[in-house]
Ligand binder design. Structure first.
Ligand SMILES: C[S@@+](CC[C@H](N)C(=O)[O-])C[C@H]1O[C@@H](n2cnc3c(N)ncnc32)[C@H](O)[C@@H]1O
Length: 311
C-alpha cells in the first residue's frame, strides 16, 4: 500500500501544544498520520475529531486510529463546515485545530484518481467522489478565456493563454497523460525547467475542481471560533495562494483595528483575538526535505487564541 508520510510532525505537535487530555480537530485527517501523532501525545484522555472529503482516506485513517476507540471520531465532510460539524458532535471548545492542505500521496499515486500527470488516469481530481464537477468537465467544456483565467489564477501559470488555446484545439481530452502532452506541446519540453511543464496546470485544475481556496477561506474563521482560551490553530500549506490566505487571516485577527489605514478614527470595533506564535512561517528541516521531498514546499503557520478577557 502507498504510504503517506506526514509532514513536519514534530513541529505540528509543538504548534498545537498537544497535551494529555486535550481535544483536537484534524480538518484534513487523510491517512491519519498527524492524527495518530496527536492522539499518542494527547493520551491518556485526549480526543480527536477528524474530517476528510475523501472516504478512501477515511478508511485508512479509521484502521490506523482504531485503537483509540471512541476517543477518535471520523467524519466525511468539507472543512468549510468545520464549525457546524464540531457543534453537531458537541466537540467545542477545542485545544487545537490542524489543517494540512492539499492532497495526500494516496490520492496523488492512485492513478484512477486523475491527480498525477505521470500516471495514466481519467481527468477526475475530485477529493470527494460524490461531487459532480470533475477536471474533465473543466478541460472539455470551459471557454478558452475561462480556462486561461483559471490556469493563471490558480496555477500562477505564465503561459496560461497559450496552454488554454492548445487545450481547446485538441479537445476532447480524456486522460491525464493526454492533457500533460498537450501542455508540453503548448509550452515546450522540460529544458531549462525544474518541474514538469504540466505542474501548474494540474495544480490549477485541482484547486478549481475542489474549490480549495473557497473552502479554506470559509474554514479559517470557523476554526478560530472553535478554539478555547490559548487554543492553537496550525495550518500547513504547500503553495503561495493558500499560504497568503492563512497569513492574511492571522494578520487581520491579530489586530485591534482593521479600518483602512488613512482613516483617522477607528469605526470597525474589531478586536484582536489571535496572536501569531512564530514570526513568519515555519519550514521543514533540510533533513526532512531530503527524506520526504513532498515536504519541500511546506509552510506552517500557527496562531494562538487570546484569553477571553483580552477579547
Ligand atoms: C495532505 S493530506 C493530509 C494528510 C494527513 N495530515 C496525514 O497525516 O495523513 C490532505 C487531505 O485533506 C483532504 N482535503 C482537502 N480539502 C479538504 C476539504 N475542503 N475538507 C476536508 N478534507 C479536505 C484531502 O482529501 C486529503 O486527504
Amino acid at each position: 500500500m502507498i504510504d503517506h508520510v506526514p509532514v513536519m510532525v514534530r513541529e505540528v505537535l509543538a504548534a498545537l501544544n498537544v497535551r494529555p487530555g486535550g481535544r483536537y480537530v484534524d480538518g484534513t485527517v487523510g491517512a491519519g498520520g498527524h492524527a495518530l501523532a496527536i492522539m499518542e501525545a494527547a493520551s491518556p484522555g485526549g480526543s480527536l475529531l477528524g474530517i476528510d472529503r475523501d472516504p478512501e482516506a477515511l478508511d485508512v485513517a479509521r484502521r490506523r486510529l482504531a485503537r483509540f476507540g471512541d476517543d477518535v471520531r471520523l467524519v466525511q465532510g468539507d472543512f468549510a463546515e468545520v464549525g457546524r460539524i464540531c457543534r453537531q458532535f458537541a466537540f467545542v471548545p477545542v485545544h487545537g485545530v490542524l489543517l494540512d492542505l492539499g492532497l495526500s500521496s494516496l490520492q496523488l499515486e492512485g492513478a484512477e484518481r486523475g491527480f498525477s500527470f505521470q500516471r495514466e488516469g481519467p481527468l477526475d481530481m475530485r477529493f470527494d467522489p460524490g461531487q459532480e464537477l470533475t477536471a474533465a468537465q473543466i478541460v472539455n467544456d470551459y471557454r478558452e478565456d475561462e480556462l486561461a483565467d483559471l490556469l493563471w489564477r490558480y496555477g500562477e501559470e505564465p503561459q496560461a493563454r497559450r496552454i488554454a488555446r492548445r487545450i481547446v484545439e485538441r479537445r476532447p481530452l480524456r486522460t491525464t497523460i493526454e492533457l500533460a502532452k498537450v501542455v508540453e506541446e503548448a509550452v515546450g519540453g522540460r529544458a531549462r525547467r525544474q518541474s514538469h511543464p504540466a505542474t501548474r496546470t494540474f495544480q490549477a485544475l485541482r484547486i478549481a475542481v475542489n474549490q480549495e481556496l473557497l473552502s479554506l477561506e470559509a474554514a479559517l474563521p470557523q476554526a478560530y471560533g472553535l478554539l478555547g482560551d490559548l487554543g492553537r490553530l496550525a495550518v500547513l500549506s504547500y503553495h503561495s495562494l493558500e499560504d497568503r490566505l492563512v497569513k492574511e487571516f492571522i494578520r487581520r485577527e491579530s489586530r485591534d483595528c482593521v479600518c483602512p489605514p488613512r482613516q483617522p478614527v477607528c469605526t470597525c470595533g474589531h478586536k484582536a483575538g489571535l496572536r501569531p506564535v512564530s514570526r513568519g512561517a515555519v519550514r521543514p528541516s533540510p533533513e526532512e526535505v531530503a527524506q520526504n521531498p513532498r515536504s519541500r514546499s511546506a509552510r506552517l503557520r500557527v496562531a494562538e487564541r487570546s484569553p477571553a478577557s483580552e477579547d
